[in-house]
Design a binder for this molecule. Structure first.
Ligand code: 13P
Length: 287
């Protein structure tokens, strides 16, 4: 059964650890992440961007696949199915399709419009027990066509949005999606501390989890981050393992071309990456 992300994140905030949001792209991704969460007794959030949702034939297909897989694999740890960087329309579509959590990314609207639209998403989500993530201060980089300028959030704006009743708040603190450039300045902990001060018990979300040095991730968690989003890192480990398999000529040995064999190393690589992140975030045995 899917659950909203609210309880798992409230517990994470109180316990000073973070729950990972791992983005899914297909069946192998989903299965790898669910099995790793179960094996490590960790709560988990499956992230689906609008682009990935389209790729997987729409939110309804995704929700049906995830729910069926949870049953078939006997997954008992808390799992939230979360829309990542949803548009206003996308948030409603995902809720109708059975997602248990949505992010409405209104960061590209002015603060007034972001507030109005966030309120409406919260109203509908609240009636259905669905958790809501809002964003202040765009996350830099590009993810599935959603481009953010990487601005740093204004702590007062964070307070206004948090006060609307969202369940978790993404705040830009110099983080970006994808691989960080050589000259990246690092996370802005001063701003994070101010946001934390102004938003109290609100679980904060760190996007762009790929490639942030471990010590920075730990520090961010100590300053109130309770959800860390990871996408690119699983893609990189999947690609590297698949490339190795093919470069070693294994697809040409016996039935090595069978997709169930060809995709196995990538699947195992995703599992290893997810486990590593769960250890770093401290969510193991917190289910
Ligand atoms: P990365 O792709 O940088 O890990 O970011 C993931 C993310 O923030 C999803 O919203």
């Amino acid at each position: 059964m899917l659950v909203s992300a609210k309880d798992m994140l409230t517990k994470a905030k109180a316990g000073k650890y973070a729950v990972g949001q791992f983005n899914i792209n297909n069946l192998e991704w989903t299965k790898a992440i669910l099995l790793t969460a179960q094996e490590n007794n960790s709560p988990v959030i499956l992230g689906v961007s609008e682009g990935a949702g389209k790729y997987m034939c729409g939110f309804e297909t995704v929700a049906a696949m995830v729910k069926a897989m949870i049953n078939t694999l006997g997954i008992t740890v808390p799992v939230a199915l979360h829309l990542d960087h949803g548009s206003y329309e996308g948030a409603f579509k995902a809720m109708d399709a059975g997602f248990s959590s949505v992010m409405f990314d209104g960061s590209h609207y002015g603060i007034e419009e972001n507030i109005e639209k966030t309120k409406e998403v919260i109203r509908v989500a609240g009636e259905r027990g669905i958790s809501v993530e809002a964003e202040v201060g765009a996350i830099g980089g590009e993810e599935d066509g959603v481009v953010g300028g990487g601005e740093v959030a204004d702590p007062d704006e964070c307070k206004s949005i948090a006060g609307l009743g969202v369940d978790m708040l993404a705040a830009g603190i110099g983080n970006i999606h994808g691989v960080y450039p050589e000259n990246w300045q690092g996370l802005n902990f001063d701003v994070l501390a101010k946001i934390q001060e102004k938003t109290g018990t609100m679980p904060l979300v760190l996007h762009g989890g790929t490639g942030i040095p471990e010590e920075m991730v730990k520090k961010a968690i100590s300053l109130g981050v309770s959800k860390v989003n990871v996408n690119t890192e699983c893609q990189l480990s999947f690609a590297a393992a698949t490339r190795k398999y093919i470069e070693e000529g294994k697809d040409q040995q016996g039935k090595g071309f069978d997709p169930r064999k060809l995709l196995a190393p990538g699947f195992e690589a995703i599992k290893a990456t997810v486990k590593e992140k769960m250890e770093l975030f401290g969510s193991i045995n917190k289910a």
